[in-house]
Design a protein around this ligand. Structure first.
Ligand code: DP6
Length: 371
């Protein structure tokens, strides 16, 4: 698949003053994307669980430039509100996203967009919202383009979701994986023929029953701004002394994890997932300049999880994204015991005692009100 394949062959009819709405979930990578090339091509393959409750809901209204004030230049423009208030801080990231997607959504160039967005998870929780936000925005734009209209039952085609993932990737790499669920794979890898660098694709094998409704409890260790953004961190992999070995390791770990996801081999699942989390942070510790996103509470929680696993033999493990928060992953059948463990031993390390209970979900949902 080539990027040019996503340029529409003809201009589609668009309906002005139409509002579309999508809710897209966040996702948590099990094999991590860390390192990329232009334009948003991953240096290694990744796979993630799509979450269920942590969502961004976005509405976009298409306004014809002729409806705007006399001062309008007629060129593309947008206004953006987050949770009911204008959010100029988000403008640069959204503007650079639009610059990247114009070729693939040419209808945009003559419109004004009114974008309203909200998150279901606490605003400053340290949970990256760029994945869910860029996924929801991409789905809205693609629905407005009318390039792939839904069928009579309002079901969108595979081609619609593939292009949405392609667009979302151009906003934020991990957003490519927030389109569908429950497991999404992104980045070409020899063991999986359908894998692609330009779009994320659903994991096409039958998941072992133990992963059904798999739980992710996010322990909010630090809710502050990250000292180094993911985008800068990806850039530091360019001249990283361990880059080549790391990129190869991601292919190898993905192959191992794929087998474990099918067989239900929890030992392998746990060792790959925890190794991926620690390798991600090891890359940060050994970048030039080096940096640390974990906090003391992150390490204390990891130690407690290891002790709990040893003492109870329950298959719980952790992963980390590019931050200090810890994602505790475990099968649904152990929910009661694990939540008790969190309350007894882990809450003390969470900022204001906060954590979020989520689980694996099935992907983005349209909330567009049909006429
Ligand atoms: C550590 O997708 O946030 O969460 O493409 O620059 O927007 P950009 O980066 P982003 O990176 C996510 C990195 C990660 C691992 C992962 O989700 O695979």
């Amino acid at each position: 698949m080539e990027a040019v394949g996503f340029i529409p062959s003809s201009q589609h009819l668009v309906q002005t003053n139409k509002t579309v709405t999508w809710a897209s979930p966040s996702n948590i990578a099990l094999v991590k994307y860390w390192g990329k090339y232009d334009p948003q091509i991953p240096a290694n393959p990744s796979i993630s669980f799509t979450l269920n409750h942590c969502n961004t809901k976005t509405s976009v209204t298409l306004v014809d430039q002729s409806m705007l004030s006399d001062t309008s230049t007629g060129a593309f423009s947008f206004e953006f509100s987050f949770e009911g208030a204008p959010k100029p801080d988000f403008h640069p990231k959204i503007a650079s996203f639009f610059a990247r997607v114009f070729d693939y959504l040419p209808f945009l160039k003559t419109y004004h967009l009114v974008i309203n967005s909200e998150n279901t998870f606490p605003h400053s929780s340290g949970i990256a919202s760029s994945a869910s936000a860029m996924a929801a925005l991409s789905l809205c734009l693609l629905e407005l383009s009318d390039e792939f209209p839904p069928n009579d039952q309002n079901v969108f085609s595979e081609a619609f979701y593939a292009k949405a993932s392609f667009l979302a990737r151009l906003g934020s790499g991990s957003a490519a994986r927030s389109i569908s669920g429950p497991l999404m794979q992104w980045g070409k890898t020899p063991g999986f023929k359908a894998s692609q660098d330009l779009v994320a694709v659903p994991f096409n094998k039958v998941l072992a029953p133990i992963f059904k409704n798999f739980q992710d409890t996010i322990l909010l260790v630090d809710k502050g701004e990250k000292v180094v953004s993911s985008t800068v961190g990806h850039g530091l992999m360019k001249d990283h002394p361990f880059a080549k070995a790391r990129f190869q390791q991601a292919h190898d770990q993905l192959a191992l994890l794929t087998e474990a996801l099918v067989s239900g081999d929890m030992e392998t699942f746990i060792s790959v997932v925890e190794s991926e989390a620690l390798t991600l942070h090891a890359m940060m510790l050994t970048s030039s300049p080096y940096f640390i996103l974990m906090k003391p509470g992150t390490l204390s929680i990891i130690e407690k999880i290891w002790n709990f696993r040893k003492n109870t033999a329950l298959p719980v493990c952790f992963t980390l994204d590019a931050g200090a928060n810890v994602h505790l992953l475990y099968p649904e059948m152990h929910k009661v015991q694990v939540l008790q463990f969190i309350e007894n031993e882990l809450v003390a390390y969470c900022q204001n005692g906060q954590y979020i209970c989520d689980q694996v979900g099935s992907g983005s949902i349209s909330h567009t009100v049909q006429p």
